[in-house]
Design a protein around this ligand. Structure first.
Ligand code: URA
Length: 216
């Protein structure tokens, strides 16, 4: 369900995007806002680090070389890019593509959290360690990528950042392997949620058991 004052998740996300654009207290104001894109009714959200040169230019996430690899990996598992949602933890490009600072991450995350609250994805796929460590502060990417963790009501599966896979054939092989397991997550989510029992509200349980083929 979208937040009650909006009739759809799409509308709620549009309002949040306007609010983010108007918040001049956010850092990196000289760059364009790259809010995120995809299907607001999806079950899966990919979360990268911060936009790069091409993302800033086109105001869309993951459209440069990393984005091309992400799109190819999605194709290999039969998922359409437009059926998932893709965003970043920091929503404006840091100069010279430097890593986002802890302060930039802290200041942008309330907006990321609200995006997640609106979408309510079953599966969160952080790309790279910055995004992973927001959900799982003690996780290590080489040890934990491809593993499943609960975060609130979502399964979190950290993945290597596609940029790292472009630099290393062995990282690319690991990323491909982890991607190949993603189509099973929907079933796993339902099973694990049942095991978790106590947190399963009747309406949520129904939702989990309802088949929504197009979205995975
Ligand atoms: N790297 C990211 O983390 N995000 C993008 O949108 C592009 C490259």
């Amino acid at each position: 369900m979208p937040p009650h004052q909006y009739s759809s998740k799409k509308e709620a996300l549009q309002a949040l995007e306007r609010e983010t654009a108007e918040d001049v207290s956010l850092p990196l104001q000289e760059a364009n806002l790259v809010f995120g894109e995809g299907n607001p009714d999806t079950e899966v959200i990919f979360i990268g680090e911060a936009p790069g040169y091409y993302e800033n230019r086109e105001r869309r996430p993951f459209v440069g070389r990393s984005g091309q690899l992400l799109t190819e990996l999605l194709k290999t598992i039969g998922w359409k890019r437009e059926n998932v949602y893709i965003t970043n933890i920091v929503k404006r490009r840091p100069p010279e593509n430097r890593d986002p600072t802890p302060e930039e991450i802290t200041l942008y995350t309330p907006y990321l959290l609200r995006q997640i609250e609106i979408i309510r994805p079953k599966v969160i796929l952080p790309l790279g360690r910055f995004s992973m460590n927001f959900f799982l502060p003690t996780a290590k990417i080489s040890r934990d990528q491809g593993k499943m963790f609960w975060w609130k009501e979502s399964l979190v599966v950290p993945l290597y950042h596609p940029a790292a896979a472009l630099r290393s054939m062995s990282v690319k092989a690991e990323l491909e392997k982890s991607f190949s397991t993603l189509p099973t997550l929907r079933e796993k989510y339902a099973e694990l949620l049942k095991e978790r029992g106590a947190i399963t509200m009747p309406s949520e349980k129904e939702e989990v058991e309802k088949s929504q083929p197009g979205l995975f």
